[in-house]
Design a protein around this ligand. Structure first.
Ligand SMILES: CC(C)(COP(=O)(O)OP(=O)(O)OC[C@H]1O[C@@H](n2cnc3c(N)ncnc32)[C@H](O)[C@@H]1OP(=O)(O)O)[C@@H](O)C(=O)NCCC(=O)NCCS
Length: 244
């Protein structure tokens, strides 16, 4: 799934407001408050001297139309970069090795039918993917003790019903991660198009923001962060664990 041009426009608009409110240059606001660096496939070092980022930022300074330049640049450089320490992919789910005993869950649209990822019809498919993921963890990563996740998705019933109660009960609001998809992903549908309602709400709040402290609250859904023992997942997803 490739995000549409509107997704980039939304981020340019936000960076413009951030620059004005926080006293940053437009370039620094783009680097620190948008998902562009990651979308250009540059990793997660957020190095303002990265040659590809320099080419983008220098081009932006002379571009007549920031939206057209950004979209052109994305189409030239875009490639998917896996999350850090990616360990396995199971349909829409991935997990990454966060530390020796902790794995982190990630979600990205990859349903072969094209159907709504979190609709009730596809719930068995999503549960089967999580079952396969935790079978893999049980057999290949026996030292795992905990599972963590951070996303806007934990607000959605269609996502929450895929996880055990102990995990859901641990949810707390995460500090705003302005560079990451756990925040920006809420504006996209599975086709990469911008969802009109959350985007309109966001634009309206961004226009009304008067202080840097208002910025996180412009996003309709705040990412939630969750963590629970892996045994809760083994039980919920009916995974038999080899003897430890
Ligand atoms: C996750 C993703 C695939 C969901 O898109 P989708 O398959 O088109 O979504 P669905 O149609 O299945 O939506 C599921 C439900 O959530 C609701 N929903 C989706 N996005 C929403 C949002 N931003 N705000 C409120 N509700 C939302 C839908 O209205 C739907 O509700 P319903 O079942 O009552 O109709 C899409 O948002 C995406 O690709 N985002 C980018 C990746 C991402 O954010 N990953 C997580 C990073 S941690």
């Amino acid at each position: 799934m490739q995000p549409s041009r509107e997704f980039f426009d939304l981020q340019l608009r936000f960076a413009d407001r951030v620059a004005a409110l926080a006293g940053l240059s437009f370039e620094d606001a783009l680097l620190d408050y948008t998902n562009l660096y990651i979308r250009f496939g540059l990793g997660r070092a957020f190095d303002r001297m990265h040659p590809v980022w320099r080419e983008y930022a220098d081009g932006l300074r002379t571009a007549d139309d920031a939206s057209a330049w950004t979209w052109h640049f994305y189409q030239t450089y875009a490639h998917e970069t896996p999350p850090p320490h990616a360990a396995g992919t199971f349909g829409c789910f991935k997990y990454a090795d966060e530390s020796d005993d902790l794995i982190r869950l990630h979600f990205q649209y990859a349903d072969p039918t094209g159907a709504a990822a979190l609709g009730i019809e596809r719930m068995p498919a999503r549960l089967a993917e999580l079952h396969a993921l935790f079978v893999h963890v049980a057999h290949n990563r026996p030292q795992t003790r905990c599972v963590a996740g951070t996303s806007w998705l934990y607000h959605l019933t269609g996502y929450r019903r895929l996880f055990p109660d102990a995990y859901l009960a641990s949810a707390t609001v995460a500090p705003a991660r302005f560079r990451n998809m756990p925040l920006w992903g809420q504006f996209l549908d599975r086709h990469g198009d911008v969802r009109p309602h959350p985007a309109a709400q966001f634009i309206e709040r961004v226009a009304r923001a008067t202080h840097p402290d208002d910025l996180a609250g412009c996003f309709p859904l705040q990412p939630l962060t969750l963590e629970a023992p892996v045994d809760a997942f083994y039980a919920f997803h009916r995974v038999s664990v080899p003897e430890r």
